[in-house]
Every structure is written in structure tokens, then in C-alpha cells.
Design a protein around this ligand. Structure first.
Ligand code: ZN
Length: 159
């Protein structure tokens, strides 16, 4: 069950995804929130420069490793516009971050990209639970997922 605060953080992720899109990047955005509800760090996708590891969830996992204690990390939540890819789910698991809440799922993304005729990614689209089974995961959120779907449509129709 998502709270108003959860939805507020998720809406911020979607705004960050819009910022990524406006910068010519794939539309993904994420926010790292502490146990007391403070947004500690946020980022959006930055792969347009050619480094395809520049996903926001990966950046937040490394930020958390550098700036938070293990206890703080375990009690934190990562909100994201799209479910973590396997690379980011692994980073999340390795640094011991807590709950993940996503607006749209990997399963939705794969069906959207297939519909748009985008070639398959070089990494298998596994759900978070297949990569980091100990992490509590919530999502998708239908009304926000529809907005994320629209951002992917805009990104790929601009190519
Ligand atoms: Zn990723």
C-alpha cells in the first residue's frame, strides 16, 4: 500500500525522467529517500554521452555506499520511474539498500519497446526479484506508468 509521500517521490522520479528526455537521454529518473522521508539524492539517466552504465539507480547505489552507513542504507527507499535493470538491481543488493518503489515495471518497458520496434537490449530484462531476492519491491502504479509509457513513446519517436 503506497502512501501520499510514496506517490510524491514517484512523481518526482517521473519529472526527472522528463528532464532526461529533454536532455536527449532515455526517460528514467530516481530518488533516494532516507528512513525519515528526506530525499537525499536524485538523478536521471545520462547514457546519451555513450556510457550505457549511467543509470540513475546505479548512481544512487554508489552515492549511498559513499555517504550512508549500512543501517541507513537498509532503512532507505529508492523510488524510480522504471523498475531497476539487472545491473542496478545488483548494485542495490550489493550496497544493502532497502525498499524499491517503481512507477512502471520492466515487463511493461519490454512490451512498450517491442511495440515501438526497439531492438532487444544487450542485457536480459530480469525483474528485480530475480537479481536481488531479499529486496522489498512495490509497483507498478498504473496512472504514473501511463505517463512513463508516453515518455518512452516520445523518446523513440524522436529517433
Ligand atoms: Zn539500470
Amino acid at each position: 500500500m503506497l502512501t501520499d509521500a510514496d506517490l510524491r517521490h514517484l512523481r518526482r522520479c517521473v519529472e526527472l525522467a522528463v528532464e532526461a528526455l529533454e536532455d536527449g537521454d532515455e526517460p528514467f529518473g530516481s530518488v533516494l529517500v532516507s528512513a525519515d522521508g528526506t530525499a537525499l539524492a536524485e538523478d536521471h539517466n545520462r547514457v546519451a554521452g555513450g556510457d550505457h552504465t549511467r543509470h540513475p539507480e546505479f548512481e544512487l547505489a554508489r552515492w549511498a555506499a559513499a555517504n550512508m552507513t549500512p543501517e541507513e542504507r537498509a532503512a532507505a527507499t529508492v523510488y524510480t520511474s522504471g523498475e531497476h535493470c539487472p545491473m542496478c538491481a545488483a548494485a542495490h543488493g550489493w550496497v544493502g539498500l532497502g525498499r524499491i518503489v517503481y512507477a512502471s515495471s520492466t515487463e511493461q518497458l519490454v512490451s512498450w519497446l517491442t511495440e515501438l520496434g526497439v531492438p532487444a537490449a544487450p542485457v536480459r530484462p530480469l525483474p528485480i526479484r530475480e537479481v536481488a531476492p531479499g529486496v522489498v519491491v512495490e509497483g507498478p502504479v498504473p496512472e504514473l506508468a501511463e505517463r512513463v509509457h508516453d515518455l518512452h513513446r516520445r523518446f523513440h519517436s524522436a529517433r
